[in-house]
Design a protein around this ligand. Structure first.
Ligand code: ADP
Length: 258
């Protein structure tokens, strides 16, 4: 018996076929993510990061290889996996609470007990008192938190986050990196987070997986040990002497040309 992974990709390749030709997005990706592990994927724009998340979410099927969640092949989207996109996709005509309840409604699981649980989640993410507000009345950081609560509302064991903080200003971003990584760890989620920001990846992850330019292949993986008593994204950036070492190594591997 091999090691049991929560999420596993075995020799996964994906080529998009379009009327204008073929695009090889991912080539032979083999990756295992442990239960409760926080993995960040970094790589140049267009190297197939979002494609990889869509495969794990069951929105795409691989051209070759296998994608497994809990040891079973992924065939369609399921409640076990939550996917949060780069844009928050909030409905402007629904209140914060109604937006957060959307996933539960779709699954036919909107019960009073679940509504109460979502209210608690909103409070936990600093949105208590904003349940009846509309998205346009919120800051970018708050909107992003509503989107996160909506993803968490169905209680998926695996969370896929695609550039969740990309649209935010720098301060909000640092704050949310810290807060979100702390809460997701407390909730014992298995997380795959995509970012093109090396610092964000080092600050948040247990492991950083570096992808090449398209077609995305795994260049290297770094287990992050910043030598801090508690994992904290802010402390990682500010206090860890190892932070810059990881940054330099990953920067070189990304082979960025300007
Ligand atoms: P990343 O998230 O790393 O920026 P993507 O996974 O979005 O990369 O895209 C990888 C490559 O596949 C890009 O070249 C992109 O243009 C192409 N691509 C993405 N989605 C589609 C699609 N639905 N049809 C055709 N090509 C696509």
């Amino acid at each position: 018996m091999g090691e049991a992974y929560k999420v596993e990709l075995r020799g996964v390749s994906l080529t998009y076929h379009t009327p204008r030709g073929e695009t090889e997005a991912l080539r032979e990706i083999t990756l295992g993510v442990q239960e409760r592990e926080f993995v960040c994927l970094v790589g140049p724009s267009g190297c197939g990061k979002s494609t990889l998340l869509s495969l794990v979410a069951g929105l795409l099927r691989p051209t070759a290889g296998e994608v497994l969640v809990d040891g079973r092949p992924v065939e369609r989207p399921s409640g076990a996996v939550g996917y949060m996109f780069q844009q928050d996709h909030l409905f402007e005509w629904r209140t914060v609470l109604e937006n957060a309840l959307l996933g539960l409604e779709v699954l036919g699981r909107r019960t009073p007990a679940e509504v109460e649980r979502v209210r608690q989640l909103l409070r936990r993410y600093g949105l208590g008192g904003f349940e009846r507000h509309y998205p346009r009345q919120l800051s970018g950081g708050m909107r992003q938190r509503v989107a996160l609560v909506r993803t968490l509302a169905t209680d998926p064991a695996v969370l896929l986050l695609d550039e969740p903080f990309a649209a935010l200003d720098y301060q909000t971003r640092l704050f949310l990196e810290d807060e979100v990584s702390r809460i997701l760890r407390q909730e014992e989620k298995t997380v795959l987070l995509v970012t093109h920001d090396i610092s964000e990846a080092i600050a948040m992850a247990d492991r950083v997986v570096v992808l090449s330019r398209r077609p995305g292949r795994i260049v290297n993986q770094h287990r992050i040990d910043l030598g801090l008593p508690v994992k904290s994204a802010l402390a990682a950036r500010n206090e860890s002497p190892y932070f810059r070492t990881y940054f330099r190594e990953i920067w070189k591997e990304l082979d960025v040309h300007v």
